[in-house]
Design a protein around this ligand. Structure first.
Ligand code: SAM
Length: 243
């Protein structure tokens, strides 16, 4: 199935390739930089224990509301429509406290859905379907998924086991500022250090970049090409793995 939200850097076009590399004997699957969760949602089940994680609090709140308060979230979203004024109002409201988790989740959902390139910055004037009916399927898929809101380092250390599989899709090198969560050059290096020491296996996505190729030169690097939705061209990426 597909995710219920578009997310910048989302892996829906590469999900088939990425999941085809998954080993058979995985007993826990951890999506470390969850975003829209397109790799998680691509299959009915990756392992007995599945974890979705992201550092973005609004995003994690939306996933938790879809899992635990789906009907209420659906009702709240139904009160919104596609308009520039509403988009600007939501942007301001999301900056302040005082809303319930469900209200905040609905606003965040609408903001992503009606923003240009799902970047939550500018209103996208194309007609978008805000119908949240699909949420029932999402609620079911998330039934057994643990939802975390941690920085990657602690998450990886907590869930690391010999039969764990970590799928990592961090902010890409030199495009870190696309996301609310700050990601620095030191974070790329910190990720490499953590992944180098795990007992389990990892699959990592990155843009095809000299710095990244050098940083991971000890691991297997598979170049892949995909359609670039925003720039309307082809985009070169890397899949890196330790098995
Ligand atoms: C490329 S996106 C993931 C896209 C996702 N694979 C998908 O298909 O939709 C990277 C994500 O990493 C999250 N992130 C940034 N810094 C993080 C950190 N230190 N720990 C965990 N997640 C982080 C961002 O909020 C963003 O959602």
């Amino acid at each position: 199935m597909k995710s219920f939200i578009p997310w910048i850097g989302g892996k829906s076009l590469l999900a088939q390739k990425i999941t085809s590399l998954f080993p058979d004997d995985v007993d826990r699957y951890i999506e470390v930089f969850g975003g829209g969760g397109s790799v998680l949602f691509y299959k009915e089940k990756h392992a007995n224990l599945e974890i979705y994680n992201d550092l973005n609090r609004n995003l994690v709140n939306l996933f938790r509301c879809a899992k635990y308060h789906r009907a209420e979230l659906q009702r709240e979203i139904a009160g919104y429509f596609n308009s520039r004024e509403l988009f600007e109002e939501i942007k301001e409201k999301l900056k302040i406290p005082g809303f319930t988790d469900i209200q905040r989740a609905a606003m965040f959902y609408v903001q992503i859905k009606i923003s240009y390139g799902s970047q939550s910055k500018n209103f996208c004037c194309y007609k978008k379907n805000l119908s949240p009916d699909y949420l029932e399927k999402i609620e079911k898929r998330l039934e057994r998924v643990v939802i975390e809101n941690k920085d990657f380092e602690n998450l990886i250390k907590v869930y690391d086991r010999p039969k764990a599989l970590f799928y990592c899709d961090p902010p890409y090198h030199k495009t870190e500022n696309y996301y609310d969560a700050v990601f620095t050059k030191e974070d790329h290096e910190r990720l490499k250090s953590v992944l180098s020491l795990i007992r389990g296996r990892f699959i990592l996505s990155y843009n095809d970049d000299v710095y990244i190729r050098e940083l991971y030169h000890d691991f297997e690097i598979i170049p892949v090409v995909r359609q670039n939705n925003l720039a309307k061209g082809m985009y070169r990426e890397l899949i890196i793995k330790n098995f």
